[in-house]
Design a protein around this ligand. Structure first.
Ligand SMILES: [Cu+2]
Length: 323
């Protein structure tokens, strides 16, 4: 079973291996396939005809398939990393641990994801392995990008001024239903998926503490730059962010299904929902069905738990001076 660790638990060697494998996928052009894949699945939502088609649904966002689609996306990325080095797994960035000091979070160190963009340089990242000046992380500018010009860009805290808190995350974990009709991104749609994706704002729930987008969406906004548009996998932190989103879902699933190991009751819709979002629908562009990505153990991976929720091993005193 593969173990996906918290980025805080990675050794220097593990960080180096992950970064090197990303750079290698970039050099071969494989990495950019992920950017295009994510872009492609989102692109119809911004075509001019799309808002006029009430039946059109994005295959990976603003609906129940948000979590399964990104789980499949991570699996494909991880398989490509493992083809380079079988010991690599995607680490997760638990952003709730960085609320107090987000600018100095371990994820942004020079030996890992690198830091913030520089305003006077059109928000280009200036430090770490993915910095524009190092020439190893080519990021083209897209026509629909608000920040034209090449290079990886970040704008910490500019679009959203704070990361989600542990309390914000609790609101999602407390949801008992996965999703509810009409299964979209309206702020009034109750359920775990819409809460974690981040569409339940203060307008939908006065208990929400901060304005604007929440949880998953809020992290994209807080990082800013290349994390804002449809091409957000351009920033490799995308995968660490979505790995945590996937962990939150896996933890929620484990809690909901703990008595009977049944997954279907903790997904919705089973049938008659929007196309591509039902339990037995195929996750495009793959052949996997939503029902086939429900159980992470069956997919041969698990998540390292935070020290606070891990069982504390009983201390065994091996002193030879004891009787
Ligand atoms: Cu995302």
């Amino acid at each position: 079973m593969k173990l996906r660790k918290n980025i805080r638990s990675l050794t220097d060697v593990e960080k180096q291996k992950f970064v090197d494998a990303c750079l290698q996928l970039k050099a071969t052009g494989q990495y950019d396939q992920y950017v295009h894949q994510h872009h492609q699945v989102m692109v119809p939502t911004v075509l001019p005809h799309e808002p006029n088609d009430p039946d059109y649904r994005n295959g990976a966002h603003r609906g129940p398939s948000f979590l399964p689609w990104h789980r499949a996306f991570l699996l494909q990325f991880e398989a490509d990393l493992q083809a380079i080095d079988p010991s690599i797994t995607i680490p997760y960035w638990d952003w709730t641990q960085d609320v107090a000091d987000p600018l100095n979070a371990p994820v942004w160190k020079d030996d890992f994801m690198g830091g913030n963009g520089v305003k006077s340089d059109d928000w280009r990242v200036a430090s770490g392995p993915f910095a524009y000046k190092n020439g190893k992380w080519h990021v083209p500018s897209y026509p629909d990008d608000d920040l034209p010009g090449p290079g990886l860009k970040r704008q910490f805290g500019l679009v959203a001024d704070s990361l989600p808190t542990p309390e914000d995350l609790q609101m999602a974990k407390r949801e008992s239903l996965y999703d509810t009709p009409p299964y979209d991104s309206s702020h009034s749609v109750r359920g775990f998926r819409n809460r974690l994706e981040g569409w339940i704002t203060q307008r939908g729930d006065p208990q929400v503490k901060t304005t604007s987008s929440q949880l998953h969406n809020r992290v994209h906004l807080w990082v800013g730059g290349n994390m804002l548009p449809m091409t957000s996998p351009d920033d490799p932190v995308f995968f660490l962010h979505h790995c945590f989103v996937d962990k939150v879902w896996a933890d929620w699933q484990a809690r909901m299904a703990q008595d009977n190991d049944q997954w279907a009751p903790h997904y919705a819709p089973l049938t008659n929902g929007p196309e591509g979002h039902n339990y037995n629908d195929v996750l495009k562009p793959w052949t996997l069905k939503i029902s086939e990505v429900m159980d992470i153990k069956a997919l041969d991976y698990e998540y390292e738990q935070a020290p606070s929720v891990m069982a504390i091993p009983r201390r065994v005193n091996k002193s030879p001076f004891l009787p």
